[in-house]
Design a protein around this ligand. Structure first.
Ligand code: BES
Ligand code: ZN
Ligand code: MN
Length: 502
């Protein structure tokens, strides 16, 4: 357990096992960033040659550790590169890198730039997220010790300001939620199947029993029998392929005095083999992450309740495993979705839209003001935007609001269109209302969004395709660790906050 404190103490006089300062890459060499001024004065004229000898440049991602030999009160100084400017983004990244470099320090003081609420938030989140580890399946952590500091002090000249304290607290709640989502995504797919994932959500709800909004937070799990009674043909069409039956998890957060009502829907494919339209082996190896959308909406719901935001939430996590079996769906099958729309399945690997369709219709029944769905939906989006940026599609206003929220949350999103021609493509089935897929290679991410829109009942809506950024198959960078990233949690919380303060 790490405890966090916010203080306006001097970094040069703070006693901690290590002090972290930022370094800016300046035109005339690296300089210590705001927050590190007193450390810079303690070193005086020795600083510039020291940085030069250490090879410090200040570029983003750089981190250098040095003994201070009593120049300041702490024995170790960590220099974290910020690049060319101080922004919440560069501060978050530097804090994340520093967190991984500061192993074996029991206490750490962060003297990174923190002279605004946004920077305090970024530094706190960056540290918490960059230091995330997932070790439940290791007999013993290998290599270097991965112990994290038990005591973290964030230094800010504004430590007493109300909005800064609030940002600091929100950062801790959001980081914990992101870590929860990462844990679920990282859990191997033999241990996280729809029933056990649903159980884990119920269990997590208990863990939030004492939070601010807990009294108004309810969870309900619909099992395969109930889904059949309700006619959830989409979820069942995917779930029938697996021995582990599907689940639809519903969370309701109804705070007193809610000023808006938001519905969240997440794709929760606990493993995506592609089904009979089976994936090649290389395309399957990370498909335990295909439930990242569900993990994000659930974790964000808990965080929003923890913060007590006055926004009513109706959240659906649609859980199924996409496998092959003697009873799996076939290309050519026609199923009736919840609400009655018929869909011709043409590629069992386009399963996300099937599980989301039912849940979107159900979300409509709660009459929310706005609907967001989050899904690792298409490889097309990864092709278009790479693995660090999510695509956002839907109503112009909702998309703009999501983009604004994602900016504040430090997660990159980019708007993508739903071209008019997609209307024809999704209706190209000769025998059903909608074609789930049309085997035209181009624009598959946009097709998928047009398909989902059919299930939104004309409510204000946006779709976040997080197929790229949900899982980091490479090494850690900044606050983003390897494996599940918890992407979209921070954006969803920020979006809810923007609804609350509108
Ligand atoms: N879960 C995948 C999408 C995906 C791909 C997520 C890569 C993360 C990384 C999804 O179910 C899928 O298989 N999509 C198909 C859609 C196609 C059949 C229209 C795809 O991307 O090829
Ligand atoms: Zn999938
Ligand atoms: Mn698939």
């Amino acid at each position: 357990m790490t405890t966090y404190a916010l203080r306006s103490a001097s970094p040069a006089k703070t006693r901690a096992d290590a002090v972290v300062v930022g370094v800016l890459r300046g035109p005339s060499g690296p300089t210590l960033a705001p927050g590190g001024d007193e450390v810079a004065s303690a070193y005086g004229r020795r600083l510039a040659p020291l940085l030069a000898t250490l090879g410090v440049t200040g570029k983003a991602g750089e981190v250098v550790k040095l003994p201070t030999s009593k120049t300041i009160s702490s024995p170790v100084l960590l220099l974290a590169g910020l690049g060319d400017e101080v922004t919440p983004g560069t501060a978050r990244r530097a804090a994340g890198v520093a967190a991984r470099a500061a192993t074996n320090a029991a206490s750490v003081a962060l003297a990174l730039p923190a002279d605004s609420a946004a920077l305090v938030r970024a530094v706190t989140e960056g540290w918490a997220l960059g230091g995330y580890t997932f070790t439940s399946y290791k007999r013993q952590p290998d290599g270097e010790r991965t112990d994290r500091a038990g005591e973290v002090v964030v230094l800010s000249p504004l430590a007493r300001k109300k909005d800064v304290v609030a940002a600091f607290e929100e950062a801790q709640v959001v980081s914990a939620a992101v870590a929860q989502a990462r844990d679920w995504v990282n859990t191997p797919p033999n241990d996280l199947r729809p029933p056990s994932f649903a159980d884990a959500v119920v269990e997590a709800r208990r863990g939030h029993g004492r939070s601010r909004g807990a009294g108004s937070l309810k969870v309900e799990v619909l099992d395969e029998k109930r889904l059949a009674e309700l006619g959830c043909g989409g979820i069942l069409s995917v779930g029938r392929s697996s021995d582990a039956p599907p689940r639809l998890v519903r969370l309701d957060y109804e705070p007193k005095g809610a000023v808006a009502h938001l519905a969240l829907v997440g794709k929760g494919i606990t493993f995506d083999s592609g089904g009979l339209s089976i994936k090649p082996a290389a395309g399957m190896k990370e498909m335990k992450s295909d439930m990242a959308g569900a993990a994000a909406v659930v974790a964000a719901t808990f965080a929003i309740a923890d913060l007590g935001l006055p926004v009513r939430l109706t959240t659906y996590a649609s859980l199924a495993e996409n496998m092959v079996s003697g009873d799996a769906s076939r290309p050519g099958d026609v199923v009736t979705m919840y609400g009655g729309t018929t869909v011709e399945i043409l590629n069992t690997d386009a399963e996300g839209r099937m599980v989301l369709g039912d849940a979107l219709v159900m979300a409509q029944e709660a009459e929310p003001d706005v609907v967001l769905d989050v899904a690792t939906l298409t490889g097309h989006m990864v092709m278009a935007l790479g693995d660090r940026v999510a695509g956002v599609l839907g109503d112009e206003k909702v998309v703009a609001d999501v983009l604004a929220a994602s900016e504040a949350a430090g997660e990159e999103h980019w708007p993508m269109p739903i071209p008019a021609m997609m209307e024809e493509r999704i209706r190209s089935s000769k025998i059903a209302d909608l074609a789930q897929h049309d085997w035209i290679r181009w624009g598959g991410g946009l097709y998928a969004a047009a398909f989902l829109r059919e299930f939104t009942g004309g409510l204000p809506w946006a779709h976040l395709d997080i197929a790229g950024p949900a899982f980091n198959s490479g090494g850690p960078w900044g606050q983003v660790t390897s494996g599940g990233t918890g992407f979209a949690v921070a954006t969803l919380v920020e979006y809810a906050r923007s609804l609350a303060t509108r």
